[in-house]
Design a protein around this ligand. Structure first.
Ligand SMILES: *Cc1c(COP(=O)(O)O)cnc(C)c1O
Length: 395
């Protein structure tokens, strides 16, 4: 092994870099999870995460990756044979559908082109045709991490209401939460799924289900066979600040610290910062003469930007060159767009110079990999950042 100087640029759309303050908070000694001292931590963790989901309802914390929380969401409110409507925004929507099918759920896709978020009008049309109300849930990915597009969840709620459809609204905001505005209560979401390692600036390891009163009621008498994922076992003892089994104590230390930092910066400031960095990135991409994968205006993600490679050039080869020469990790294209796109993560604990550093690595690596492009994308991004007030700093 040879030592590489300087810091690694972790510019994948999750895990995102963990702030030093959070790492330090996590380095505290582990404590007895049945002790009175733990209840303070438990209460703090369980109440503070609600402020990020913008909910007064229960948020359940699982020691699991986001995939576990997906399974928890499905298994608590749906039974084998139930019909659900899902929207093909990209790779993660496809994986969630495959999971539903493995669990015996009949999942129907509204087919998408991976270039935008969910289309609420199409969802409304499909629900209108479901006169027998067979569809038990509508499942949508908020921020599709494989493509860099955001689905308008408030519009999806309106689609359900417009046809007075009783289906539960279930949302994967694993990579959206904490980076893109999400309003569980206001948008009438029934179950939201999230994870620690994206907008929340934590390491991977814990994940969440926010649960509406209605979804919780459904789970009490319905859902499929489940044990580890059962919400019922959690909510009772969570009310006392504890968990039914050993929680990820040090992740909770980190989470409480990360949420404190988020409120110090201000949630709206964080969302605006992400939008501004995403806009600067898109300007750079277009100046390079490359194409942004998300082509639906207004759906562009603040979390990441997926970039289409010119025909005949390998995105994976380009990423390998970027890593080798500039010590930067960029996201790969997943499944349908494997080797065709690369993804620039601009989420979490970053600032203008982090972004410019990352974009500089991309621009130089395009040359190293022999990818045809125009020079000067970074200069265009710099100009945009100079000209656009930085939320929380200039305004
Ligand atoms: C990361 C991600 C997942 C998967 O989460 P894991 O923590 O890797 O299990 C699911 N959906 C979306 C939108 C994601 O970004």
């Amino acid at each position: 092994m040879t030592h590489v100087s300087g810091r690694h640029f972790l510019q994948i759309p999750g895990p995102s870099p963990v702030p030093d303050r959070v790492l330090r908070a996590m380095s505290a000694q582990v404590i007895d999870h049945r002790s009175p001292e733990f209840a303070d931590l438990g209460f703090k963790a369980l109440s503070s995460i609600k402020s990020i989901f913008k909910t007064e309802h229960d948020v359940i914390i699982f020691p699991a990756s986001g995939t576990g929380a997906w399974e928890a969401a499905l298994s608590n409110v749906l039974s084998e044979g139930d019909h659900v409507l899902m929207y093909e925004t990209g790779h993660f929507a496809t994986l969630w559908k495959k999971m539903a099918e493995k669990l015996g759920i009949q999942a129907e896709f509204i087919v998408g082109d991976w270039r935008g978020g969910a289309d609420a009008d199409q969802i409304e049309q499909r629900l209108r045709a479901d006169t027998e109300k067979k569809i038990k849930a509508v499942c949508v990915v908020h921020n599709e991490t494989s493509t860099g597009s955001v689905s308008p969840i408030a519009d999806v709620r309106r689609a359900l209401d417009a046809v007075d459809h009783p289906a539960l609204l279930m949302v994967d905001t694993i990579s959206g939460l904490g980076s893109v505005d999400f309003r569980f209560d206001e948008w009438g979401v029934d179950v939201a799924v999230s994870g620690s390692q994206k907008g929340l600036m934590l390491p991977p390891g814990i994940s969440f289900n926010a649960v509406s009163k209605r979804a919780l009621d459904v789970s009490k008498t319905g859902g499929m066979r489940r044990s580890y994922w059962d919400w019922g076992d959690m909510v009772g003892i969570n009310g006392k600040g504890y968990f039914p089994y050993t929680p990820a104590t040090n992740m909770l230390y980190g989470m409480v610290e990360a949420i404190e930092m988020m409120h110090e910066e201000g949630l709206q400031t964080i969302f605006d910062r992400h939008q501004r960095h995403a806009a600067a990135t898109r300007n750079a991409v277009r100046a390079w003469g490359l194409e942004v994968l998300c082509s639906r205006q207004g759906h562009e993600s603040g979390v990441l930007t997926a970039v289409l490679m010119p025909e005949g050039h390998s995105a994976d080869n380009f990423r390998a060159e970027a890593l080798k020469h500039y010590n930067i990790s960029l996201g790969s294209g997943l499944s349908k767009v494997a080797d065709k796109v690369f993804r620039i993560g601009h989420l979490g604990d970053i600032n203008d110079l982090t972004l410019i550093g990352a974009l500089s690595g991309v621009e130089m690596a395009l040359s190293k990999a022999g990818v045809p492009h125009e020079k000067g994308g970074v200069a265009v991004a710099m100009q945009y950042l100079q000209d656009t007030p930085a939320p929380g700093i200039d305004a």
